[in-house]
Design a binder for this molecule. Structure first.
Ligand SMILES: Nc1nc2c(c(=O)[nH]1)N[C@H]1C(S)=C(S)[C@@H](COP(=O)(O)OP(=O)(O)OC[C@H]3O[C@@H](n4cnc5c(=O)[nH]c(N)nc54)[C@H](O)[C@@H]3O)O[C@H]1N2
Ligand SMILES: Nc1nc2c(c(=O)[nH]1)N[C@H]1C(S)=C(S)[C@@H](COP(=O)(O)OP(=O)(O)OC[C@H]3O[C@@H](n4cnc5c(=O)[nH]c(N)nc54)[C@H](O)[C@@H]3O)O[C@H]1N2
Ligand SMILES: [Mo]
Length: 753
């Protein structure tokens, strides 16, 4: 029997064909622009040999419990057990740790993208459950834009400008003369959105803007960051030097009399202190174009041309999120706002600044925000929270204090780690350190559909369903479509929904009523829909009844009355619509940040040398940029089980020649933190001195050599945080060496390492 249905995943909406209860085909929903290769991977993923089909317990843990220690994780056999055995073990461990060590000893922030459905979102489920069960140590912030999340509230009063709001592309196409994109507009990033978007609008938006005559200037180490068909000028500075360029442009605005003094006076505070720094009054160094050209190692003529391009007309300045995933990552975002303030176009249609147009699909889509419901959390009353990227350090050094955004946080003594919906052996930096830290807790519980490196390293693994095996609803706040995600096939093997696993645990721990509030899946989907209805009622929008929504499969939220312009209301009337900063204005100098006294995040935008960058590289060291994978979502869609060649490393022809590396050659990248294999891709568009590897490979260190085999660059990245203010992921500041491995085929390589 054939059945066809529409559903959604993080990489877009799709049509599924199910024959005799088996998924046989998935195709992008026509007109959605979703990537056929990524969407088409579902049948392979669903029935992959790396699916987990029954609960498993590590042999040592099954035999000796926590006395077995953590050293056997990832090495010992995983023994299949029945659900009751596994659930009793997990509930027993949660109860024991809670009683003996308190809620802080249970670490359950569980960072990760999970799946698109908003009810079965594993990370929301686990946090809700652990709060219901008495509290836990949570994680604050994210890997995507953690530094921005910390700094923007001090500058703009909140972090909506990175999390939610952006001037719409429609407005840019109509109004903007020049778009300057720091970090570029890499089209691969538009293939995904957290929660899944109904449409992939960026290619058309860019084409429309170009057709109307908008000029694009891309600042990035490589031409891949320019979408195909876009005529953009490219400036390729050293990675990590963008702040210097922004500051120099800001100074140039002052020096040429172009700075908008009225705007600065009316809408900003602290511009005098910032100006003094730009002029060199505080450090003896005027921030001239020559100065920036030296730091960025680009011809000064390029920066002069850049200045000419933005000195007149309507200018949109944008930065990719990647810029702030670096040492002192707070600075480029603050500096971009300061530069936009100098030009005085913040809040005008098509002018000012915005973040992340090149980072994710649906940024700049014209939509009403907040119609997609989310599983509500529960207060983590007895718990605490750590900055997301500090978890390995916290596991290593319980009791240590760190500074974080004006506070001090003491690392708790974590005994139990609970992860559902994330893959820390993909996302965390310095994986050798993570591997060490991971041995320390007494118990590690992981829910996963697949045998990821994290699942392989758990004590107890509970097999989770994928979104195709349950009912849900999905969508993202930035895109107008909300989609039904009907169950397409029965759960594979003995996989359970995360929700059902938590219900069974909550029964054992006596917190079921708090956790599920007496509702099952169907009850919860209806409950979540009431959030959408309530939102509609507030905005005078007619929302369909749940049943008719479910039957139709998709509901498009009507567009806003006028296309979005970031900060337009503030611009219109700053007295009536002040920002939530202490001054109510854009803070170019923050007294609050000054009060923290952080040398690594001073109170106004500054140029600070990264610890690792080309400006401080040894001869033959290269700057490793680790960007997002083109046809995966992080470590999802990884073709596990098929023994792929390692992921690619992009290298400039001259760098390759100097090292004897040929196209397609097997290479080894290394630094003091670790080493991995990668397949060379000679890329003439790449700046010399830079190598680029995408994230996403499943971590697999060779037991004999320790060299990571699949091309996971996080063995090379550093656990150093952006600053004491952000404590955020700074993965993009890493220096490496690269050499040929000598073998060119997978078979030859088996013999090499
Ligand atoms: N070097 C470097 N590192 C980086 C980055 C970088 O730029 N450079 N980027 C960082 C960023 S921005 C991010 S967002 C992170 C991403 O890191 P993660 O979000 O950890 O990556 P994913 O692979 O999406 O992990 C989600 C996991 O959830 C599992 N999963 C999916 N659906 C379900 C479900 O229904 N139930 C359960 N229990 N599990 C499910 C998937 O199989 C997968 O293992 O990586 C970060 N790491
Ligand atoms: N296909 C696909 N798309 C994705 C994801 C995915 O896994 N797959 N992940 C999503 C997620 S979770 C996130 S957070 C976003 C991340 O969005 P981004 O952080 O914007 O994406 P990246 O690909 O990491 O980086 C974008 C580009 O920045 C450039 N760059 C790196 N360092 C520098 C620098 O110092 N200066 C300048 N000027 N440029 C630099 C690199 O050339 C890189 O190609 O992507 C999202 N989009
Ligand atoms: Mo991210």
């Amino acid at each position: 029997m054939d059945r066809r249905a529409i559903s959604l995943c993080h990489w877009g909406p799709f049509e599924a064909r199910v024959r005799d209860g088996r998924l046989v085909e998935t195709r992008p929903l026509p007109g959605s622009g979703a990537d056929p290769e990524m969407i088409g991977a579902w049948p392979r993923m669903l029935y992959s040999e790396s699916r987990i089909t029954t609960p498993h317990v590590r042999k040592g843990f099954l035999d000796h419990g926590i006395r077995s220690g953590g050293a056997g994780r990832g090495r010992e056999e995983m023994v299949p057990v029945d659900w009751d055995t596994a659930l009793d073990l997990v509930a027993g461990e949660l109860a024991r740790v809670h009683t003996d060590h308190g809620p802080h000893a249970i670490f359950g922030g569980s960072y990760g993208w999970s799946s698109a459905g908003r009810f079965h979102h594993a990370r929301s489920q686990v946090r809700r459950f652990l709060a219901a069960a008495g509290g836990f140590t949570d994680q604050i912030g994210n890997y995507s834009w953690g530094a921005a999340q910390a700094i923007l509230p001090h500058v703009l009063g909140d972090f909506d400008a990175v999390a939610r709001d952006a001037t719409s592309w429609e407005t840019i196409a109509a109004e903007t003369d020049v778009v300057v994109a720091f970090g570029g507009l890499n089209p691969k990033n538009w293939r995904v959105t957290s929660g899944g978007a109904g449409a992939h609008h960026m290619p058309q938006a860019i084409a429309d803007a170009q057709a109307r005559g908008t000029r694009f200037i891309v600042i990035s180490p490589m031409a891949d960051d320019i979408p195909p068909g876009l005529q953009a000028d490219l400036i390729r500075p050293r990675p990590g030097s963008d702040t210097a360029i922004m500051l120099a442009l800001a100074f140039q605005a002052v020096a040429t009399g172009r700075a908008d003094c009225d705007f600065l006076a009316r809408y900003t505070t602290g511009h005098d202190r910032f100006l003094a720094y730009l002029k060199g009054e505080t450090d003896g160094q005027p921030k001239t174009l020559d100065w920036a050209a030296g730091i960025a190692d680009v011809p000064v003529a390029d920066l002069q041309a850049l200045w000419q391009a933005i000195a007149r007309g309507r200018v949109m300045l944008t930065a990719a999120w990647s810029l702030q995933r670096a040492d002192h990552g707070e600075q480029p975002f603050w500096a971009l706002i300061a530069l936009a303030a100098m030009l005085g176009q913040i809040g005008l249609p098509g002018g000012g600044f915005c973040f992340g147009y090149g980072s994710m699909n649906a940024v700049g889509a014209d939509s009403r925000k907040g119609f997609v419901p989310a599983l509500p959390g529960l207060p983590n009353t007895n718990g605490m929270a750590l900055p997301v990227a500090s978890f390995a350090e916290a596991l290593m050094e319980p009791g240590r204090q760190i500074a974080f955004d004006g506070r001090r946080i003491t690392f708790p003594d974590i005994r139990l780690v609970y992860w559902a919906g994330g893959n820390p052996f993909h996302h965390a930096q310095d994986l050798s350190m993570v591997e060490q830290a991971w041995r320390r807790p007494e118990t590690i519980v992981v829910h996963e559909p697949w045998w990821t490196p994290t699942a392989q390293r758990a004590d107890i693994v509970l097999p989770a369903t994928t979104p195709l095996e349950r009912n849900d609803l999905g969508g993202t706040s930035r895109d107008p479509s909300i989609l039904a995600m009907p169950k397409l096939v029965e759960p594979l093997g003995d996989a359970w929904n995360d929700f059902d696993i938590f219900c069974a645990l909550a029964d054992r721990l006596g917190c079921r009523a708090t956790f599920d509030e007496g509702l099952d899946e169907a009850g919860w989907l209806r409950r979540l829909w009431t959030q959408t209805e309530a939102r509609g009622a507030r905005e005078g929008i007619e929302v369909p009844e749940f049943d008719s929504f479910w039957q139709a499969g998709v509901w498009k939220v009507p567009p806003p009355e006028a296309p979005e312009v970031l900060l337009d209301r503030f611009r219109e009337d700053p007295a009536k619509n002040p920002l939530r900063t202490p001054s109510g204005r854009i803070e170019l100098f923050s007294e609050t940040v000054a009060g923290f006294g952080y040398a690594d995040c001073p109170p106004h935008p500054v140029w600070l040398e990264p610890a690792e960058w080309l400006g401080a590289a040894q001869q033959d060291e290269l700057h490793l940029v680790t960007n997002q994978p083109a046809r995966q979502l992080h470590s999802q869609i990884w073709p596990a089980g098929s023994h792929p060649l390692p992921g690619a490393v992009h290298i400039n022809p001259e760098d390759a020649r100097l090292r004897g590396i040929a196209e397609g050659a097997m290479t080894r990248l290394q630094n003091a933190r670790g080493a991995c294999r990668a397949t060379a891709r000679i890329d003439p568009t790449l700046r010399q001195g830079v190598v680029v590897m995408a994230t996403g490979a499943w971590y697999e260190p060779d037991p004999a050599t320790g060299i990571e085999r699949n091309g996971n660059p996080n063995v090379l990245t550093s656990d150093r945080r952006t600053s004491r203010l952000g404590q955020a992921c700074a993965a993009l500041s890493a220096l490496v060496r690269i050499e040929p491995l000598g073998a060119t085929t997978a078979e030859e390589l088996e013999g090499t390492i």
